[in-house]
Design a protein around this ligand. Sequence first.
Ligand code: ATP
Ligand code: ZN
Length: 285
Amino acid sequence: MDRLRIAIQKSGRLQEGSLALLKESGLVFSNGREQLKTQVRNFPAEILFLRDDDIPQYIEDHVADVGIIGENVRLEKGKNNDLIKRLDFAKCRLSVAVPKAEEYKGINFFQGKNIATSYPNIVREFLEQNKITAGIHEISGSVEIAPGIGLADAICDIVSTGSTLLSNGLKEVEVVLQSEAVLVADPEISEAKKTVLENLLFRIEAVQSAKNNKYILLNCPNDSVEKITNVIPGMKSPTVMPLSRKGWSSLHSVVNENDFWEKIDLLKSFGAEGILVIPIEKMIL
Ligand code: ATP
Ligand code: ZN
């Protein structure tokens, strides 16, 4: 069978999340430091370890079939690939920053100025959309020092906490793009590989749903079962089992992480006791 070639970052900020996602999806492979390529032992795929910036080109050239990259790189490179799924890690933003002492009143600040960046295409598009004419100075690293050494008036770079900006005397003034890791694919892969990709996607979705949900067990008076079922309906409906104590039941369900605390209060008000909340490893809807 055709092996699906999955490209991930060799080392850097995407590496850990990419490896974790594939491993939690049940793919077993070794990731030795020196390796460029490795076979997955229990799934028709192989992993390529590459620089993240190169992945879109490898996909366009049909050397890799799918890849995990940041949306920032996907948009900057503009190569031919389909966005298959947002992956909920490596969240960051691409922002414009100016020296702290500048008085910034709005985007017209950039008219006629020079912006240093590793993302010339994204910045060009951003300037066009805002009808600003400014110079773009492309540099590949240490962008944040550019204003300090007189190379540019502003920068556009990845920000996560903003501490790098601060320590270089800069302040963030506009967010150009919100980014996270995404799974992208060559639109022209074979039918056989498409089937493998669908299988992988199914597993990724099971891992993601599991992360967003918790298994919940509680004891409640029998006459609260219906009210509690309405609060935590679970996947189809909760499991209800009688306790040996008369008039009481044990109720098992699934609850979404996001509205968990709000629901707990409601459950307690309906007489729920002994509430246990347990992580779920995989969840198939
Ligand atoms: P490579 O050597 O593979 O080219 P790199 O130096 O270009 O690595 P990293 O710094 O490892 O790249 O960042 C890879 C991706 O991770 C970025 O393109 C971005 O999508 C995301 N990212 C960058 N910085 C952060 C951050 N501080 N927090 C979260 N995600 C980030
Ligand atoms: Zn890179």
